[in-house]
Design a protein around this ligand. Structure first.
Ligand SMILES: [Zn+2]
Length: 324
């Protein structure tokens, strides 16, 4: 009989709501994603494990899907309390080890991106202060086993292949049981909302806001590669599992295509900053969502630039986007 895979929904203090952690009862008791570093999340996780007949000490492996706090925040605490090995894609290793230094570097990069794309200084300050307050939900944690793209990890009675799927973040990784054709996908694919292609510091190049990572281009490519795996089920990081992965990927691709055309339309009257475009797309965008809005716009700008339909013009430290 295949080992049981159970969803443990852990509450988070974030807008997204609970995060799904996946417990796999193989020979190695494995938890994929761990929840944010917040006492109520820790207590809820402990209670849910208890209902399934386990305690933290029983955990052998902690697998992580990507760098966001809601998925990794409790890694250091659980590693300490269980002695479990932390397993993650190799690109997550420096970020996770860095703790607050990683967070500070991320915030600095986001600030530079916002500044050159037209966000005003009070809004930048507000976002930076908000981001700083969220550092406590993360942690600094060593990774005991770093995985390469395509590598498998044997849990005893079940093995998972790790596929690197950058886009939502540079470290997104999905874990696939090829026998069950099931993937544990974190935020790479979500059923009810499209995953934001968030601009993070690049892992392998210097962080230069003028040469930002092409997150949406990478994300669309990652999604196509996931669709090609022919999964019958994706166990997602939030919300319900997705059973028709190919159809979801196709729907997401069409949504991005539509949004790309809408952004091109918005640019008809003349050059605009990414912030101005975001303001037209989402007139009531909450202040704490401004960076996500900018990331979404810039992702589509990259697609339009690849098609030779727009150009970026920089003057006095401000980037304006114009049709060509
Ligand atoms: Zn995420």
């Amino acid at each position: 009989m295949a080992p049981r895979i159970t969803c443990i929904a852990v509450p988070t203090p974030f807008r997204i709501g609970p995060v799904n952690c996946w417990l796999i009862e193989a020979e190695a008791l494995t938890l994929i994603d761990v929840g944010p570093n917040d006492p109520p999340s820790l207590a809820a996780l402990e209670a849910s494990l208890g209902e399934l007949g386990f305690g933290f000490a029983d955990l052998d492996l902690l697998l992580l899907t990507h760098q966001h706090y809601d998925h990794t925040g409790l890694a250091a605490t659980l590693r300490e309390r269980s002695g479990a090995r932390v397993v993650a894609h190799e690109d997550l290793v420096p970020f996770l080890a860095g703790g607050d230094a990683s967070n500070a570097a991320e915030d600095e990069f986001a600030e530079q991106i916002m500044r050159i794309h037209g966000v005003d200084e009070p809004a930048i300050r507000h976002l930076r202060e908000g981001a700083r307050k969220r550092w406590r939900f993360g942690c600094s944690c060593p990774v005991d086993t770093a995985l390469r793209d395509g590598e498998t990890i044997d849990l005893g009675g079940l093995s998972l292949r790790a596929h690197h799927r950058p886009g939502h973040s540079p470290t997104d990784t999905i874990y696939v049981d090829e026998e069950l054709r099931t993937g544990i996908v974190g935020d790479h694919l979500l059923g009810r909302i499209s995953s934001n292609p968030i601009l993070h510091r690049p892992v392998h190049e210097p962080a230069d806001p003028a040469r930002r990572p092409r997150t949406l281009v990478r994300y669309l490519d990652s999604m196509q590669r996931t669709a090609a795996l022919g999964l019958t089920q994706a166990l997602t990081g939030h919300g319900k599992p997705v059973d028709n992965v190919g159809r979801l990927v196709e729907a997401r691709r069409l949504e991005h295509d539509k949004r790309k055309e809408r952004i091109h339309e918005i640019m008809a009257p003349g050059p605009l900053t990414a912030f101005e475009i975001a303001g037209v797309l989402w007139p009531r965008l909450p202040a704490d969502q401004v960076y996500l809005g900018i990331c979404e716009v810039l992702g589509h700008i990259d697609l339009l630039a690849d098609e030779g339909r727009i150009a970026e013009v920089e003057a006095d430290g401000l980037v304006r986007l114009a049709r060509v």
